[in-house]
Design a protein around this ligand. Structure first.
Ligand code: BGC
Length: 442
């Protein structure tokens, strides 16, 4: 096989065609329905026991935003007129040992960091403080202020948390740290926070999405459609549903996706996340690259190799952002990892591989967005604001552009009805809003 036939065969296997999109949307709807009815489904469709805010919520709240190797503690003021302001924010890094240690260690570390935040920002220990807790993992909720972890994702594995109520865990650790005055008023997935932040400002916002280390979405559903809820809960009104779309599993997988899946600590799970999100994109590209290197189609004379985890999404992002004629940044990067004397043609091929992988991710993302929208509004008869947070969407070259172009391909001019807005800090600010909604519901 020569380089051109190789490139076109790769392109074919990574392409997401219009037919693929239609098939994906149909399967997505099937799994949404099954999930809402409590049947076996790759989409968990988790009830959150909260509706979107009115925009009039007011007050000051603490927020804990936990969902990756970093977590944030914030103090947020809501003015009751659609504007939210972060007055203090600190970032904490979870040590690897804690990430994979015991649940008690993890929650003690979080509570200790909240104590530090309160002390350093002179927030005080006297008055009762309401805290919104963003927990960006799949959890089964029965109220807005409780939820049990269904399974870890994104490489986490702390023991003794799966199947337990994470709010009780957090409260216990807060008490151990002497933080008796903190009331955990709401628990929300990051998508739910993002949608709350979006709809606080934009009343027609009814979808929240994360494209970051992981990926997921939530949307506003009619309670009557959530048939797995107890009959008394299925009255009129709406509830936000956390789809957990990262686990969707009816997709055109390549052998690279299968290889990647097998190498993770959760094989068979989060299959869509493993094709889309920042945690995995680099590894998909690396598996392709390693294959090409083994067959001497690329870097045959250059030495060096990429081992598992060496090639990250941020490297892809840098490679795609290099618009110089000689791909100078790419050359420097390769030299830095011991791959020397590369030709421009090889560097172009590397860039091409990154583009194929990231554009496939963006096209699958657009297909999933259109599945959620067409579920809510089959004829696209109304405007919808979609609030999005996450570095992939914000920073990855052309990720956003490809999503928009694909939505246009799907909907034609009607795609103007979809407004995609960045809800920066959405998950942190949003959970403060969810806490305010919960307080008003009590
Ligand atoms: C989790 C979701 C979360 C998403 C984005 C996924 O791995 O399962 O709950 O919303 O990451 O953080």
């Amino acid at each position: 096989m020569n380089r051109h036939s190789l490139e076109s065969s790769l392109k074919r296997s990574l392409a997401i065609t219009v037919e693929d999109i239609h098939e994906l949307v149909g399967n997505f709807h099937h799994d949404m329905k099954a999930g809402l009815g409590g049947k076996l489904s790759s989409l968990k469709m988790l009830p959150t026991f909260v509706d979107k805010p009115s925009g009039k919520e007011k007050g000051s709240f603490l927020a804990l935003d936990f969902g990756g190797t970093n977590f944030r503690v914030l103090h947020v003021n809501l003015d009751g007129r659609g504007s939210a302001r972060i007055t203090h924010a600190d970032k904490f890094v979870i040590p690897k040992a804690v990430m994979h240690g015991t649940g008690v260690q993890l929650f003690n570390f979080i509570a200790g960091s909240i104590r530090k935040f309160i002390e350093e920002n002179l927030i005080g220990f006297e008055d009762k403080r309401k805290l919104g807790f963003t927990f960006s993992f799949p959890m089964k909720q029965t109220t807005v202020a409780s939820g049990t972890l269904i399974n870890w994702t994104k490489g986490f594995s702390a023991t003794g948390v799966v199947g337990r109520d994470v709010v009780i865990r957090l409260k216990d650790s807060l008490k151990r740290c002497g933080l008796h005055h903190i009331d955990v008023a709401a628990l929300a997935n990051d998508t739910v926070g993002t949608m709350a932040a979006g709809s606080y400002k934009h009343p027609d916002c009814d979808v929240g999405i994360i494209f970051g280390t992981g990926t997921n979405a939530c949307y506003r559903e009619k309670r009557a459609n959530i048939t797995k809820l107890a009959k008394t809960m299925q009255r009129s009104g709406h509830m936000v549903i956390n789809i957990e779309w990262g686990n969707f599993d009816k997709l055109p997988f390549t052998l690279y996706d299968e290889r990647l899946d097998k190498s993770t600590n959760n094989p068979g799970r989060q299959r869509m996340e493993k094709m889309i999100s920042g945690m995995y994109l680099g590894e998909v590209a690396r598996l392709i690259l390693s294959d090409l290197m083994r067959n001497k189609f690329i870097f045959a004379k250059s030495g060096g190799r990429f081992s598992k985890g060496d090639f990250k999404s941020r490297h892809m992002s840098m490679i795609e952002a290099d618009r110089s004629r000689n791909l100078t940044k790419v050359k420097e990067y390769l030299e830095g990892v011991g791959i020397l004397n590369t030709s421009l043609e090889e560097r172009c091929l590397l860039k091409e591989i990154c583009m194929m992988v990231s554009q496939r991710a963006a096209r699958i993302s657009a297909a999933a967005i259109s599945a959620v929208i067409s579920w809510m509004d089959p004829q696209l008869g109304s405007d919808h604001t979609i609030a999005i947070d996450g570095t992939l969407y914000e920073k990855y070259p052309d990720f956003r552009k490809t999503i928009l172009a694909t939505l246009k391909e799907i909907y034609g001019v009607k795609s103007k009805r979809l407004k995609l807005v960045i809800a920066k800090e959405g998950s942190g600010i949003g959970v403060a809003i969810v806490a305010a909604v919960a307080a008003s519901q009590r």
